[in-house]
Design a protein around this ligand. Sequence first.
Ligand code: OOG
Ligand code: MG
Length: 260
Amino acid sequence: MTPETIAQLAEYLENAELNAAAVAQISIAHPGITEADGYAIQHEIRRRKQARGTQIVGMKAGLTSRAKMRQVGVENPSYGFLADYFAVADGGEVERAKLIHPRVEPEIAFVLKKPLRGPGCHIGAVLAATDFVMPALEIIDSRYQNFKFDFPSVVADNSSSARFVLGGRARPVADLDLRAMGLVMEHNGKPFSFGAGAAVLGHPALAVALVVNLLARRDEGLEAGTLILTGGVTEAVACKAGDHVSLRMQDLGAVSVRFA
Ligand code: OOG
Ligand code: MG
């Protein structure tokens, strides 16, 4: 793709986000789109936001569990960025009208105390660089009609990132078995989904390594203090105004969000 096409598609997708108006999947008009084109568009959206003064507070891995891959029919893990205005306080409210068709998913969040750089980033490097982990709810909102996309299209759309909520307790990884760590997500007070950390690539720290190694292709790394969401452990739940979602994670407490 030419730089002009990348810039035009970045504007198209960012406007869809900012206006909460669904658009056609970009691979329909651009059937030859590649993964590299998708990331070029995503990085252009990030550049546009930063040029307006938006801070990038973290990164996320997407499609790192079988449950998530099955739900959207895309078999490849991806990454995206997290902007400052995506953050919602624990127990806080998300304005449903500002989003298109939001879904909420349970995730394990990492915060780094040391920088990480690939290629060759492995689980040991991630665990050594991690300050603490926390329970998180991610609110995803594909900008595509009917939440339908292929891999390059969802990569361009910042892996559907929209909002996130951190809560519960922050704990160092040395004390935890993140693979066996159980969780329950409730939707309007009813259990919706259940999982364990191993659902995420066998160990959620591997999702951090994956993001680091993918960023290395663009000669980028992660700085100390970076937040990383490791991807939905279970399928995501669609939410309407008035809905409430809470997540309880073994040893790490609870986090919740409401839709106004
Ligand atoms: C793609 C984003 C995936 C996750 O945790 O799997 C994601 C989507 O499902 O729309 O954030
Ligand atoms: Mg997610």
